[in-house]
Design a protein around this ligand. Structure first.
Ligand SMILES: O=P(O)(O)OC[C@@H](O)[C@@H](O)c1c[nH]c2ccccc12
Length: 264
């Protein structure tokens, strides 16, 4: 069993518990009372390199990264540094996150928020929207084509922007087949956990002009951000380097400033 299969199995178990506790109708009602989801795309398309800054306590590859006792305070620092969106990892077992982290961050910042998790059912999209998320991640490697299409449609109906994650050529084709407009190239292979920084440059050439390209994983500082921007990234998604930095506000600002001219 791959690491990804193993993670998804745990996610399904935890999901079954939440489903038992919170009926879908409660989430629908909660979502209906919120203001509409924010659209991050104009900021991502604007000149200059955008940053999605991630709240991430641990990971299957690196173990514990940072305690993050106050996710809202970290998110506020990211926002002050100019983050164009904030990613909150809500997966519990391997990444140490929760929907409660997402709710706390939502209460603290007006920035577009990404629920970063292993989404396999529409219930998780409703959870995301009800907790105040504006974007959701869909990982192509974790879904079959009907699921990918169905979840894209459900997310759009909720007003959520989908970040569609790919790691190879075949996954790019599958993402484009569902008309993905925001595509994340994860340098980390979720089946082996190895990082391959060259994958972004290889896959970005396959994305049409109007698709916004996000470089994910392994960005350790402004130099990596600048390299991805030169290869065509509109956005970099950064976790570890920011949660380990004692000054996350400046760290975000430095990454945004790494490529003032933006992509291509
Ligand atoms: O901490 P890093 O190397 O900056 O990586 C961030 C992000 O790309 C990574 O957390 C990630 C990318 N895709 C994912 C899917 C699930 C969980 C986590 C991820």
């Amino acid at each position: 069993m791959s690491v990804l299969d193993d993670i998804v199995e745990g996610v399904r178990e935890d999901l079954a518990v939440r489903r038992g506790a919170v009926p879908e109708s409660v989430l629908v009602d909660a979502a209906a009372e919120l203001p509409a989801a924010l659209d991050p795309m104009p900021a991502f398309r604007a000149p200059g390199l955008s940053v999605i800054a991630e709240v991430k306590r641990s990971s299957p590859s690196k173990g514990a990264l940072a305690d993050i006792p106050d996710p809202a305070a970290l998110a506020a620092a990211y926002a002050a540094g100019g983050a164009d969106a904030i990613s909150v990892l809500t997966e519990q077992r391997r990444f140490g996150g929760s929907l409660d982290d997402l709710r706390q961050v939502r209460a603290a910042v007006p920035t577009p928020l990404l629920r970063k998790d292993f989404v396999v059912t529409g219930y998780q999209l409703l959870e995301a929207r009800a907790a105040g998320a504006d974007l959701v991640l869909l990982i192509v490697a974790a879904l079959d084509d009907p699921q990918l299409l169905d979840l894209h449609q459900q997310a759009r109906e909720l007003g959520l922007t989908v970040l569609t994650e790919v790691h190879d050529e075949a996954e790019v084709e599958r993402a484009l087949a569902v008309e993905a407009t925001l595509v994340g190239v994860n340098a980390r292979n979720l089946k082996t956990l190895e990082v391959h920084p060259e994958v972004f440059g290889r896959l970005v050439t396959r994305l049409p002009e109007d698709v916004v390209a996000v470089a994910e994983s392994g960005v350790s500082g402004p130099d990596d951000a600048a390299r991805y921007a030169a290869e065509g990234a509109h956005v970099v998604l950064v976790g570890e380097a920011l949660v380990r930095d004692g000054d996350p506000r400046s760290a975000v600002a430095a990454m945004r400033a790494a490529a003032p001219g933006g992509p291509r």
